[in-house]
Write a protein that binds this ligand. Sequence first.
Ligand code: NAI
Length: 304
Amino acid sequence: HFSTGIKLSNKNVIIKNVTVIGGGIMGGGIAQVAAQTGHNVTLVDVSEDVLKNSKSKIETSLARVVKKLFGDNKEKGELFQKETMGRLNYRTSLVDSVNEADLVVEAVVENIDIKHKVFTQLDSVAPEHTIFASNTSSFLIKDMAKVTKRLDRFGGLHFFNPVTVMKLVEVIKMPETSQETHEALIKFGTTMGKTAVEAKDKDGFIVNRLLIPYLMDSVRMLERGDATARDIDTAMKLGSGHPMGPIELVDYIGLDTCKFALDGWHQKEPNNPTYRPIAMLDKLVSEGKLGVKTGAGFYEYKKK
Ligand code: NAI
C-alpha cells in the first residue's frame, strides 16, 4: 500500500448511506465498490432501461471481483455477492433518492449545465448534513458548488477507470470545504479500499494535469513524424516502465475525452503552448475515430 502523508484529526462524520447520481462507467463502478465495502448505496439514472444496464454491468463485474477475492470458496463468495447486491438500490427519481444520504457522489455526463441542474435540485431536497461530491474530470469543483448553499459540505472525489481496479482517489478541497467534510471524504475513499491524495481545486487536479499534457505531447511527436505510434508506445513501456504507452492510452481513454480536456484548458489559457489544439487529434475525432470504444483511434480494434 502507498502512503500519502495525509493526517486526519479524530472528527467523526460517519458515511454509511451513499447516493450515486449517474450509473455510467464511473457511477456504476463507484456504486459497486461502495456497496462491496459495506455502504448502503442508491444509484440514480435517467431511466429504468439505463439502470437495468448499469445493474447488469455491476453484476458481471462483481462476479469477477468475487472470483478474485474468494477463488474456490463458493459459499463465502456467494454470500459476499448476495450481501453486496442487497446493499444496492436503483432509482430514477433524484428527489426520493437522497432522504437518508450522508453523501451524494455526482457522476453524470461531463456537461456543466446538466451538473448544475442536478446539484440545484439535490441541494433543495437533501438533508442539511448531506455532503456533496463530484467525480468531474475537467470542471473545477467550485463551478458546481456555486449553485448550492452548502459550500462547506462540498468537495471533489475523483476516481479512476475502472473503479474496481484503480487504487487511487483524488480528494479535492476548495477553500470553502470544511476540514470535517474533507476528512469525511478521505475516510470514505479509504474505506472503499483506495489510497487518497489531497488536491487543490485546480484544473486537472494532480493526475490529469500531468497526464494530459504528456499524452498530447506524444500525439504531437507522432504528428511531426518523429516516431511511429508503436515505437512511441514501446519506448515508454520499456524505457519508462509504464504499463501502457501514451498513444494506446489515448485510444483507451477516448480521443474525444482528451480533446475535450485540452480544448477546455486552451480556452482558459490561449497562449499556453501546452494546451494548443492538435490537428491530427481533431481530424480523428471529426472522423468518429474515438479509440477503443469506436473500434478505431490511432490503432484499429476488433469491435466487441
Ligand atoms: P457515462 O456517459 O458512462 O455515464 C454518465 C451517466 O450519467 C449516464 O448513464 C447518463 O444516463 C447519466 N445521466 C445523465 N444525466 C443525468 C441526470 N440528470 N441524472 C442522472 N443521471 C444522468 O460517463 P462517465 O465516463 O461515467 O463519466 C461520468 C463523470 O465521471 C464525468 O464527470 C467524467 O468527467 C467523470 N470521470 C470519468 C472518467 C472516465 O474514465 N470515464 C474518469 C474519472 C472521472
